[in-house]
Design a protein around this ligand. Structure first.
Ligand SMILES: [Zn+2]
Length: 45
């Protein structure tokens, strides 16, 4: 499962969430990037 990070609020968004609407569910931003490593800083999803 691919995961993206919101460029604006830095929250992790699954690609599934972007299937419905290509925008950050948290802040509405449409700019994302793919984290290179596995996310270790995020405690809870
Ligand atoms: Zn966001």
């Amino acid at each position: 499962m691919a995961q993206y990070k919101c460029f604006h609020c830095s929250k992790v968004i699954s690609s599934k969430a972007l299937d419905k609407r290509f925008a950050c569910p948290h802040c509405g931003s449409k700019i994302f990037y793919k984290p290179r490593k596995h996310i270790a800083k995020v405690k809870a999803i």
